[in-house]
Design a protein around this ligand. Structure first.
Ligand SMILES: Cc1cc2nc3c(=O)[nH]c(=O)nc-3n(C[C@H](O)[C@H](O)[C@H](O)COP(=O)(O)OP(=O)(O)OC[C@H]3O[C@@H](n4cnc5c(N)ncnc54)[C@H](O)[C@@H]3O)c2cc1C
Length: 253
């Protein structure tokens, strides 16, 4: 039987990257050493505006390596092309400056976004491409289980806050009355305002997250979605610091 010689070579000089294993001169990107078994991540939640909580549930293991492998597969990885000698960051320059964004579709991340308003989710779920959402149902979860998100400007003004909370109390009481009269949750929920608490789980490819961040970090974006986008960006940078490095922001699409 022919002996299979496993030879290690560093494909990427980026700190934290594991060496690319080549078997018989061929890459073995599916080696368990490079890609550990999928594991569930529960990275601590966070509290951007109004107590919202954004939790990274899962991210492609060794996400930067898999994107880099996708990129190298577009060139002949098996030959010693000068391309191989470029650092991952230089390669990312080619991705970003050259619009080679398809590479960033090979990794994805899932977030649970809690304690945000229905006003937030209405904007959030407008993102459709390379991104999927699962949002709390107000047919299944009744209004008495939900709170309201209070915008900071209203929270900061005692009179406005009193008015806001009075209306919210009235909404809850009327909802209960409607339910007692036999009105279904799917109809009774019509009384809830855009501030009603919601929850959404979202999975997107890195390319789709970049597009989301490009639109929602913009200073003209609404404060709640901008706060969520800032926190998502912060958490993505912990796991893929090169791909989500702010220096590439000018090339985001
Ligand atoms: C500051 C701000 C203000 C906004 N205000 C409003 C508003 O007042 N009213 C309102 O209705 N919406 C508003 N939006 C929502 C906005 O119009 C988009 O629907 C939302 O941001 C999702 O962006 P997207 O379509 O690029 O994302 P995705 O749906 O994820 O699409 C990603 C990309 O795929 C391509 N694509 C997707 N679908 C098509 C298609 N059918 N044809 C061709 N290309 C396609 C486009 O290149 C698109 O950028 C606002 C968004 C922002 C950021």
């Amino acid at each position: 039987m022919r002996e299979i010689k496993i030879e290690e070579s560093r494909c990427s000089p980026v700190a934290g990257h594991q060496p690319c294993i080549r078997r018989n001169g061929l890459p073995d990107p599916w080696s368990k050493k490079i890609f550990p078994p999928t594991r569930k991540l529960m990275v601590g939640g966070s509290n951007p505006p109004t107590g919202s909580k954004i939790t990274l549930l899962w991210i492609t293991p060794d996400a930067e390596r898999i994107c880099e492998t996708a990129m190298l597969s577009c060139r002949n990885l098996f030959d010693n092309l000068p391309f191989d000698d470029l650092s991952f960051n230089q390669r990312l320059g080619i991705v970003y400056r050259g619009g080679h964004f398809g590479i960033l579709e090979h990794a994805s991340a899932s977030f649970m976004i809690e304690n945000i308003s229905r006003s937030f989710t209405h904007q959030h779920v407008r993102h459709r491409i390379g991104i999927s959402h699962a949002q709390i149902s107000m047919r299944a979860v009744e209004l008495d289980k939900l709170q309201t998100v209070i915008p900071p400007t209203i929270a900061a003004d005692p009179e406005s806050l009193d008015s806001y909370l009075a209306v919210w109390k009235n909404i809850r009481e009327t909802y209960s009355e409607l339910r007692e009269r036999g009105i279904s949750p799917e109809d009774a929920r019509f009384i809830a305002g855009a501030g009603v608490q919601s929850q959404v789980m979202t999975t997107a490819t890195f390319r789709a997250w970049i597009h989301y961040l490009e639109e929602r970090l913009y200073k003209g974006a609404q404060w709640e979605i901008r706060g969520v986008a800032e926190e998502i960006w912060r958490q993505l940078r912990e796991y893929a610091p090169n791909i989500f490095d702010p220096k590439w922001r000018e090339y985001w699409e």
